[in-house]
Design a protein around this ligand. Sequence first.
Ligand SMILES: *Cc1c(COP(=O)(O)O)cnc(C)c1O
Length: 392
Amino acid sequence: MAFSSFHPPQRTLMGPGPSDVNPRILEAMSRPTIGHLDPVFVGMMDETKVMLQKAFMTKNELTMPVSAPGSAGMETCFVNMVEPGDTVIVCSNGVFGGRMKENVTRCGATAIMVEDDWGKPVDPQKLEDALKTNPNASTVAFVHAETSTGAVSDAKTLVEIAHKYDCLTIVDAVTSLAGSPLKVDEWNIDAIYSGTQKCLSCTPGISPVSFSKAATTRIQNRKTPVQSWFMDLNLVMAYWGAGTQRAYHHTAPINSLYAFHESLVVLHEEGLENSWARHAKNHDGLKAGFEAMGLGFFVDEASRLPQLNAVNIPEGVDEAALRSTLLNSYNLEIGAGLGPMAGKIWRIGLMGHASSETNVLFCLGAMDAVLSDMGAKIDSGKAVSAAMKVFA
Ligand SMILES: *Cc1c(COP(=O)(O)O)cnc(C)c1O
């Protein structure tokens, strides 16, 4: 049998990630591979670090990309910040809070869960109550932007409360970075991780992380070694740290880091705040369109993420059939609901390069047509012009 090259179709990615990759970033990835200790490569690493600090709005020295996807950034934070026997308070309002709990348990620590309903932000009062009843807690973990529902939590307030009870914080910013306001230093976040394939519109497989002075001190003074050799920041720092010898730790994913570097150049050319504003504007257009169609949003307006839109599925619609028609006839990918939200919501991402007026109009037009063909009870023919009014 003869094998042949793989040529994927050209899709429009408007799900929960990956998002459409900017062609500039794909082009950067195809440049010649050089050695990971080549001085030219090391120069690019230094520049990447500075651009990443700007994107996180931090001066944290320990700021770098982990050579693996967002889940590995999550694990890097937990295995370095948590020791066996610790107590960690995990706020959970969706899928990713559940994964944090799993990380805590596997570190040999105890997870105290603070649960909120899916679609609601984390309740600061519930966190404070949990801290009062668990004075031995050393860490508070929560998801800033819950991609399973499209709800944003008040990270600044949650960190403030955690610090009041002498806890350090671990924050999941996989979906928030570059898509909506995130201020690591101003909000005093201690350990944070993100991903490349959401609002940075880079190829998947890299996880930017950053650690405050307090977090770094904790990591350097651990009683037990980090159980993961690969993720032990005490070792990784010797490769990414300033003024170090750049000792070999692992072979960096060189071409993926070209892509990551380019994604940060693209971000800073636009400007971080302009990127937030573009995400907000496109969300407004999408919202006007769905409302004109008669469809509602799952999350209350005050805690809605612009980059991840959970839209209620109208009654009687075969939601999987709609998604497969969009994929097969329009080359358009949108996301399904996860876990308890399956069959109840669609998750429509407006992330990074995919957050454009053109995509909003395309998605609304396509969904209007497919839903009408399926006989769904929608107000057809109004969505696109409602969005265009927002953009005018
Ligand atoms: C996507 C996502 C992750 C996991 O990132 P991967 O790159 O898929 O490993 C973690 N947390 C949140 C909030 C996410 O949206």
